[in-house]
Design a protein around this ligand. Structure first.
Ligand SMILES: [Mg+2]
Length: 137
């Protein structure tokens, strides 16, 4: 697949290994993942790349938390329709309702199944299922 045809995904999580797992999994399919490590960087990257078609947001991050990033995205016309998956650590399920009320597309508790994450990412961006995406390379 040509690089420019890849679907741009932004992943914001202050735990680098989480981002790496997500990037590795999604890039088996037609996605190109940019990793950032706090909410401020997430908003900067949204500004920098208008092609971002899916955003994954950890809740607990420095500077601007994931729920505040989500709220900000939903207030802006250009970002309002971009699907967002909110990730949170176990024991913080209280964020679930808030995330959904703010317009999250999905809420996943860590540790989550990379396969399930891939399936939701594919669904939210309208790409074929994992099997088809994975066999392309
Ligand atoms: Mg965190």
């Amino acid at each position: 697949m040509l690089e420019q045809q890849r679907i741009h995904v932004l992943v914001a999580d202050d735990e680098p290994h989480i981002g790496r797992i997500i990037k590795m999994k999604l890039e088996q399919g037609p996605f190109a993942v940019t990793l950032v490590y706090d909410g401020r960087e997430a908003l900067e990257q949204m500004e920098a790349d208008p092609e971002i078609a899916l955003v994954l947001l950890d809740v607990m991050m420095p500077y601007v938390n994931g729920l505040d990033v989500l709220a900000k995205l939903r207030l802006e016309e250009r970002w309002r329709a971009v699907p967002c998956i909110v990730l949170t650590a176990a024991g913080q399920e209280q964020h679930h309702k808030q995330a959904m009320a703010l317009g999250a597309s999905e809420f996943l508790t860590k540790p989550f199944s990379p396969k399930k994450l891939y399936a939701r990412a594919a669904e939210l961006t309208g790409v074929p299922s994992e099997e088809m995406g994975a066999t392309e390379r």
